[in-house]
Ligand binder design. Structure first.
Ligand code: ZN
Length: 442
């Protein structure tokens, strides 16, 4: 039994959102109780006590769209003419980097990102992976990193035609092998879904092969949709229909599928998302950096679509993603009063719902029966913190760098900024060594 107490507990549950001088009681992998610090300490005498030192005790964050394979891009200069549009960003950076990765590089890319997740209080990640020169076994290497570091992961391999038929077929096999493996896994750390790159690199034959391969697994699909305008143009030109209509016709949509970005979708496509229960994940910092446009998230939310929040590999700080999403909507709509409620709903409620589509134990709230995924932030409010203004404090005052303690499934991954299970310096040194070789290949 572990108690994390002496802080302000923010449960993200509407029933009881807030406990001043609160505490979370953890029994094994599950939250056993949430309440007053003194009362829970009295009730569970002898339990290990982790002191939040008056900070915020919150659910571990969920990142609904991530690319671990992008880790070695930090500081990389690809040379040549600078990219003029999003397709050139893909061709000149990402499709060169992913091709240069070996299975060992995939592992270390995942390790360094998961270290960053733990430091930012992220305990659950839905990752979208590509390593065309090392497809077979790649998700299993990421899963190995996940069990060593203790971060929960839903994994998939992005099937695409861009590297030829063999790599495409290997990608299908890797998805299926991992989905089967994750379904048998008892650790609670792993889940699998079926990864697809984007409409513009997937032929009809390939989509058909993917739909046939998934058969009865019902693991859903995780696919980029209308990130740049060229994705919709390509679909209309080659297939005479828009992306979501195309995906619906192949059975790619559904209540376990996620359409990432959805920047250039039209009304008809939003209806398809809504009717099929397909989730959407918004990645504001990535969209701004790639200059691809603004996702109509307010409209998507108003239609009742489950819109979650991700980082697309840019960062692992979900509070930073919230700040970007907030400013982006206000700026784009030229209105200072939009998006106050939608984005925290996306980050907490909807990311929790999306994770719940893949993992058996619910996460994202501090409630009895939920997975013991807890994070502590060193945050001392300069003004009164109440039930009613939690979001204002988090948006304007907190960041991932304030995280001091992170626990996932009851395993304490970092306590007072110390990760005692791993040798961080040695792992980072190894990553730097490997990344040099990857850069040479790029
Ligand atoms: Zn992405």
């Amino acid at each position: 039994m572990i108690l994390i107490g002496n802080g302000t507990v923010i449960t993200r549950d509407v029933g009881k959102p807030f406990f001043r001088d609160g505490c979370v009681a953890i029994d094994g992998k599950i939250i056993a109780g949430v309440g007053n610090s003194g009362e829970l300490r009295e009730l569970h005498k002898g339990a290990r006590f982790i002191d939040a030192h008056g900070g915020l005790i919150m659910p571990g964050f969920i990142n609904a769209h991530m690319h671990y394979y992008s880790a070695f891009s930090r500081g990389l200069s690809v040379g040549g003419a600078p990219a003029q549009n999003f397709n050139e960003v893909l061709e000149r950076l990402w499709w060169k980097l992913d091709k240069a990765l070996s299975l060992e590089d995939v592992y270390y890319s995942a390790v360094v990102c998961m270290i960053d997740c733990i430091k930012n209080g992220v305990t659950t990640v839905i990752d979208h992976h590509a390593s065309p020169s090392a497809v077979g076994g790649s998700l299993f290497r990421i899963a190995e990193a996940a069990s060593e570091l203790g971060v929960r992961n839903c994994l998939c391999y992005e099937v695409s035609d861009r590297d030829g038929r063999q790599v495409m077929e290997d990608g299908i096999r890797e998805n299926i092998d991992f989905i089967k493996h994750a379904a048998r896994d008892e650790s609670g750390l792993l889940a699998g879904t079926f990864g697809l790159h984007a409409s513009m690199t997937l032929s009809n034959d390939t989509l058909e092969a993917c739909a046939n391969a998934t058969g009865d697994f019902a693991a859903g699909y995780h696919v980029h949709v209308a990130e740049g305008p060229s994705d919709e143009e390509d679909s209309l030109k080659k297939y005479g229909k828009r992306i979501m209509a195309r995906f619906r016709d192949f059975g790619i949509t559904g209540p376990r599928s996620t359409a990432v970005h959805c920047i250039h979708v039209n009304d008809e496509e939003m209806e398809i998302l809504q009717d099929t229960g397909t989730a959407v994940v918004h990645n504001p910092e990535s969209n701004m950096g790639n200059a691809v446009g603004v996702s109509p998230i307010i409209d998507l939310c108003a239609r009742g679509i489950t819109v979650g929040l991700g980082t697309d590999g840019y960062v692992s700080d979900m509070l930073q993603s919230w700040k970007f999403a907030n400013a982006l909507q206000k700026h784009a709509q030229k209105h200072p009063n939009v998006a106050w409620s939608e984005i925290p709903t996306m980050l907490f409620d909807n990311n929790s719902k999306i994770a719940g589509r893949y993992f058996r134990t619910p996460t994202g709230r501090l409630l009895p029966g939920y997975s013991a995924d807890v994070t502590v932030l060193d945050y001392r409010p300069p003004t009164e913190l109440t039930e009613a203004n939690i979001n204002g404090h988090l948006l304007f005052g907190a960041s991932g760098r304030a995280v001091t303690t992170t626990a996932a499934q009851g395993r304490v991954l970092m306590e007072n900024r110390v990760m005692s299970d791993i040798d961080e310096d040695a792992l980072l040194a190894k990553a730097r060594e490997r990344s040099k070789k990857v850069w040479e290949k790029v």
